[in-house]
Write a protein that binds this ligand. Structure first.
Ligand SMILES: Nc1ncnc2c1ncn2[C@@H]1O[C@H](COP(=O)(O)OP(=O)(O)OP(=O)(O)O)[C@@H](O)[C@H]1O
Ligand SMILES: [Mg+2]
Length: 278
């Protein structure tokens, strides 16, 4: 079953140019898809179309088979597709963590008796059990984003879209957030769409797409896409650091194959070294 399906979708903000142009795209239930693309390529527009925050000018968008353009489906669709945004500070709505997490669930009318349970579940899922009564303002960026994820989880969506949710975080915060969504996908079967500028993060996904000027210009596994580095550069995207390291090692005379797997690279370097010692 497709969790999200776009058929020939176009959208313009009204200024003439299309922010999304004739897009065909789907995400299967349980899949983890990374969306890459330079500034202004249409990634956030794509995210907002998925749950009806924006309405397509043309084409058809459905979530678990329900058309997003039908007003009667919107409430259901918004429960099923949760979005975590970029700025952790803009997403905090209450001063105490548990109130913040409860907000979305309260809004969709979850009974009071059930809210407490949902908060516990969500806090555990993001590894923040010890912070239930903490002040949001005291948390690190990574912790705030994990609370934002918990707030989305408390609504119990089937799909979570992260729209550059790691962009404002330090490397540690980024890892915390990506680890949480990877675990949610692998262990809880959550469908994940991870929009990111950080190519390394796309490596966690089953599949990746690259957007440029409102269109999908590359599709494949993250490894497939990263192998096409020259093409990536034409869309103003650069390789993950490990890709450059492989290339530099080759330039320096070590015969290592392109890989994005650190352990594999370490093994290759080790075997090159032992050959040299013979
Ligand atoms: N509210 C808006 N009004 C008018 N044009 C907009 C609006 N939001 C985005 N756009 C335009 O639509 C296009 C796609 O923007 P979008 O925000 O979807 O890209 P993005 O890939 O998310 O970019 P970024 O990496 O900067 O977040 C861009 O040309 C952008 O200038
Ligand atoms: Mg964006």
């Amino acid at each position: 079953m497709d969790a999200i399906r776009f058929e020939d979708v176009s959208f313009s903000y009204g200024s003439g140019a299309f922010a999304i142009r004739n897009l065909n795209f789907s995400v299967r239930e349980g899949e983890f898809v990374a969306v890459l693309g330079h500034n202004g390529s249409g990634k956030s527009t794509l995210a907002r179309l998925c749950n009806g925050l924006l309405v397509a000018d043309d084409g058809k968008i459905s979530v678990f088979g329900k058309s997003v353009s039908e007003k009667d489906n919107l409430f259901e669709v918004r429960k099923e597709v949760g979005i975590v945004f970029q700025n952790p500070d803009n997403q905090t709505v209450a001063s105490i963590v548990e109130d913040d997490i409860a907000f979305g669930a309260e809004n969709i009318g979850v009974p009071r008796e059930e809210i407490g349970e949902r908060i516990s579940f969500a806090l555990k899922a993001v590894g923040m059990e010890g912070y239930r009564n903490a002040l949001c303002a005291r948390l690190s960026g990574g912790q705030k984003q994990r609370v934002a994820i918990a707030g989305v989880l408390a609504v119990r969506p089937k799909v979570m879209i992260l729209d550059e949710s790691t962009a404002m975080l330090d490397p540690r915060g980024r890892k915390e957030v990506v680890d949480v969504v990877t675990r949610l996908n692998r262990e809880e079967g959550m469908t994940v769409v991870l929009i990111t500028h950080f190519m390394e993060e796309a490596l966690r996904a089953d599949r990746a797409i690259v957007m440029n000027k409102g269109e999908i210009v590359m599709r494949g596994t993250p490894e497939d896409i990263f192998e096409r580095h020259e093409e990536l550069q034409t869309y103003n995207l650069t390789l993950p650091r490990i890709g450059y390291i492989c290339r530099k090692l080759r330039e320096g005379g070590l015969n290592v194959a392109d890989t994005l797997d650190e352990e594999k690279l370490a093994e290759e370097i080790a075997s090159c070294g032992s050959l040299r010692n013979i």
